[in-house]
Design a protein around this ligand. Sequence first.
Ligand code: F6R
Length: 242
Amino acid sequence: MDVIVETNPQTASQAGTDLLATLIRRKPTLKAVLATGNTPMDMYSRLAALKNAGKIDAGQMTVFQLDAYLDVPDTDPRSLYGWMDRSFIQPMDIPATQVHRFRETSDDPHGDCVRYADTIRASGGFDLAVLGLGPNGHLGFNEPPSAADATTRVVTLTPESIISNAVYWGGIARVPKVSVTVGMDALLASSQIILIATGAHKHDILRRTVEGPVTPDVPSSFLQTAAKVTIITDRAAWEGDR
Ligand code: F6R
């Protein structure tokens, strides 16, 4: 694992932007699965600024949705696809034909997950996974316990995730309780993984991710076993409140 410890969330975002830009320039046809959540948003904005300045062209990239709440349509402000669309797909001008996604409303979410996993496999897997770090060590919505071979599937959110998401959705009752996620198997097989985690509130889980026992109880700890992982963090997350 490479760890880049930046001074603050802004410099961490810039470090992530520089790395993403390098990877896209090196392989314009990059196939990437991308997290939403708050942490990567500044990085995506900075990348879009590079694109608007003509310094990068992501038009050949293929983007895969990482996770979704079930039965939340794109028009709902809580939709994770809607969030990814606004924060990355549109600003980076990714053609719709190069976007793969979950169906968020479906009569057969289990079958959809199997088909989505087939699509990921058929495309040869991910060149890059950009991930955030859940307070319980979830990656995407691979909630604890999630084994390294956990597949792309329907997941019931843990109480901890529901509580942490409540701030976004205006209260616990409004948080969708069931989601779908790309599995640990496909994420860990990615040729490269960037995990971005900033802020003192991520300190404990980041430490457990990097140096704790590798266990399904902390799904992010499986990153210790992945091929190429770059953790981009800031002092507050890396060192805690010391
Ligand atoms: C979102 C996702 C989640 C978040 C994680 C951290 O698509 O996959 O796993 O990355 O919950 O969220 P933030 O960045 O808001 O702390």
